[in-house]
Design a protein around this ligand. Structure first.
Ligand SMILES: [Zn+2]
Length: 413
């Protein structure tokens, strides 16, 4: 995948305190809790090894994910996109900060960055860049969360929550003993790790508190963001109130695949998706059926659905399809539908009266029913009305063009 080198957010060193917490927790759990506290209580060695393996696996995955989320650029608007916009004369939709509608398949003009941005991209004032599929700017990660590092962000939350839960659970007995000892009126002599007299005991107690706080923070973070990811929503889009999410793939796995790549073992490791389903510049809408030439028939997602591999030099072809062709097809379909609506029904047509609010001259009971238009020569008025069968209503020739009557297919004039 093309990398964007014109922006660099990874010079932000505010990630260091969080990285320091990771290192502290590792030291407190392994060197103090496992090697001193548990050893001191003569716990079985195989149990100690099991605790060490589970905690350290979660810790390693969480820390690795964290570093990847911080050091991976979220994806920025690049020169290739700008050239595409210029070459195909993409007309951006004006976008205002207070008004945030869905814009599938449309480029928008950002007033803050004064540039044309792809769908779902937003300008981050902290990074001073337009971020692809921007989710939010995360101070804990010290980076924007966008298309390319969203997977690592989710993994950081999930693995940290699991690691914190396990660490806290395994320390319950010892931490409980310290708390019980503190609360008792006539406590027995407390174990050494409950007395704040040595560096080891401090690290044990502070480590327990830090794991509790980490569990609270990361669990709520992971729960919220995994829920959004399962709906193919960003944090910004979750605030949109207008209509349904056009990017919803109608399944949590398929929605997650938009971020994590096609389902595979790489979902569990903080590495770039092996089979990405997007490049961050254009996105599949729920019902999208790609033209054959844009589908990669060799590689299919786990659902068996053909997927477009955008990680290829030809991805502009897909941009073109989504920003130009599909859009033009929509406009054409809309124009066609509009032409159908204003076509005058003729005798023999089946019409469905959608609304009668726009006409002053007729009223049909039972809105939404289908009627057949018939000639009625007995009408005393001059403007040659059609009768709508099965009702007492009349459709007047002069008003038919304005009436929102949709002609159905059985046209027999
Ligand atoms: Zn940012």
């Amino acid at each position: 995948m093309e990398d964007d080198s014109e922006h660099s957010s990874v010079t932000d060193t505010t990630y260091r305190p969080v990285a320091g917490v990771f290192v502290f927790l590792w030291l407190a759990y392994n060197l103090v809790y496992l090697c001193e506290v548990k050893e001191d209580r003569n716990r079985r060695r195989d149990k100690l090894v099991l605790d060490a393996v589970i905690f350290n696996t979660c810790w390693a995955l969480a820390f690795w994910s964290y570093l990847r989320a911080h050091f991976t650029q979220p994806g920025y608007v690049n020169e290739r996109w700008r050239e595409f916009v210029k070459e195909y004369k993409i007309e951006p939709v004006e976008s205002h900060s207070g008004d945030r509608p869905w814009n599938p398949g449309k480029a928008t003009f950002s007033q803050r960055s004064s540039e044309v941005r792809p769908e779902r991209a937003h300008y981050c004032a902290i990074c001073r860049a337009t971020v692809l599929r921007m989710d939010h700017h995360c101070p804990l990660i010290a980076n924007c969360i966008g298309f390319r590092n969203h997977k690592f962000f989710l993994q950081t939350g999930i693995y940290s929550a699991i690691g914190s839960l396990f660490g806290l659970f395994s320390m319950t007995r010892e931490l409980g003993a310290c708390i019980g000892n503190d609360l008792a009126d006539n406590p027995p002599p407390a174990p050494w790790y409950c007395n704040e007299t040595t560096i080891g005991s401090y690290m044990f107690l502070v480590g327990g508190i830090a794991l509790g706080l980490s569990l609270f923070l990361t669990f709520s973070l992971a729960a919220t963001h995994v829920e959004f990811a399962c709906m193919n929503l960003t944090t910004i889009e979750a605030k949109y109130c207008e209509g349904p999410n056009p990017y919803d793939q109608k399944s949590s796995i398929r929605n997650l695949a938009q971020i994590m790549g096609a389902l595979g073992w790489d979902w569990f490791l903080p590495i770039m998706p092996r089979r990405p389903l997007g490049d961050g510049f254009s996105f599949a809408c729920g019902e999208e059926i790609l033209p054959t030439e844009l589908q990669d028939r060799e590689k299919r997602s786990s659902t068996g659905k053909s997927v477009a591999l955008l990680d290829s030099p030809g991805s502009e072809a897909l941009w073109y399809y989504r920003y130009v062709e599909a859009h033009a097809a929509d406009v054409e379909a809309q124009a066609h539908a509009q032409a159908e609506v204003v076509r005058r029904p003729v005798v023999g047509d089946l019409v469905r009266v959608v609304s009668t609010e726009n006409t002053m001259k007729f009223f049909v009971e039972g809105i939404g029913k289908t009627f057949r238009v018939t000639e009625d020569s007995n009408d005393p008025r001059d403007d040659q009305p059609f009768k709508v069968d099965g009702s007492d209503a009349w459709l007047y020739r002069d008003d038919l063009a304005h009436a929102q009557a949709e002609a159905l297919s059985e046209s027999v004039c």
